[in-house]
Write a protein that binds this ligand. Sequence first.
Ligand SMILES: Nc1nc2c(c(=O)[nH]1)N[C@H]1C(S)=C(S)[C@@H](COP(=O)(O)O)O[C@H]1N2
Ligand SMILES: [Mo]
Length: 395
Amino acid sequence: MSGRQGQGLPGGSLSRRQFAALLAAGGASTFLPGCRSDTGAVDPQLDTAWFKDPDPFIRHALNLESRLELLDGLITPNDLFFVRNHAPTPAIAAADYRLRVTGDGIERSIELGFDDLRALPSQSVIAYLECAGNWRGFYARVLGQAAEGTQWGTGAVGCAAWSGPSLASVLSAAGLRPEAVAVNLIGLDDGGFSRPMPVDKAMDPDTLLALSMNGEPLPPDHGFPVRGVVPGWAGSNSIKWVGEIQVSTEPIWVSANTTSYVLIGPDWPAGQYAPADGAPVTALPVKSALALPWPGTVPAGRTRLRGFAYSNDGPVESVEWSADDGASWAPARLMGPRLRYAWTRFEFEWQAAPGSYTLRTRATDVAGNTQPMEGVWNQKGYLLNLALPHPVEVS
Ligand SMILES: Nc1nc2c(c(=O)[nH]1)N[C@H]1C(S)=C(S)[C@@H](COP(=O)(O)O)O[C@H]1N2
Ligand SMILES: [Mo]
């Protein structure tokens, strides 16, 4: 693991400011090769993966895409977990941290510090987190019609153990009113990224204000000191660096539920979702992906392939695979444990003769949802979940 993991927090990981100080002192020079983005410039905006060479991530501006072929456990290590940021990672000290709970949906406004949150009963959930735009690059590569936004491959997803007080326990401390309908977590990053959710999802016992990720304090890029974790729902609901929680007796409209994270396209009639431009993205659909680069290469002969399958309506019940673009299917083996909100790992053996192939995997969840064979285009490229035609070269 990276040096970042062993350093301990708070104050142990290298903040942007500390890094700048190191640079000024010349002390970081030995690390510089690992600190460069793919444009060759030092990237001052994320804390992740500075010490790694080769780069474990595919880089998209402020965002880091995981390479599924580097992940093999149920748990995605913190330093291999994808990062999706709308603004640079803020440096927040636990000692200065305040969380305000406000709005007409609660009896009284309250303010809590980090220690107050730590004093509440801690819950844990092993949950996958996926960006609603994961796979967006395949609108262009597979559907032949590009969608706007970061051109993710399969790696804007990971699975972690999250722990902290339930959001419900904090809302209850403020006296949730029966008339409350919307809960909006607001980040402390520039622009205050926020995404409102209905009160029912906020009160779900698995919806957390996480203080730790895989048994460690949240890494800065993943929301230190406190982030929302809204299992099964699009990653944009899981607000990092939460500084305020607004609770309202009216629906709350912000850019992330009116102009972004909404489905816009021929299947979503314009005008029906006002004041939003389209249908809000909430629950994530059933998906599966191979732990292979795109395109993949495998040696001829008997080879073991593996991957990850997940759904909001989890766990996944079965995964099938095809080496002939979906003409014939065989069952893959599921690898335990299978948990409500965790992803399920699968594997299968393939007797591969030299040539070019299109592999597909197709997951079905406990609710009976199965990946379709075709994708439905939408302008902003959310929730693509067809059984992906993965090009694989055998030599
Ligand atoms: N404050 C804040 N929270 C945020 C974001 C952000 O930009 N700012 N990005 C969201 C999006 S779109 C996703 S997919 C997840 C990504 O979480 P990760 O970076 O820990 O993987 O965080 C969400 N929470
Ligand atoms: Mo996202």
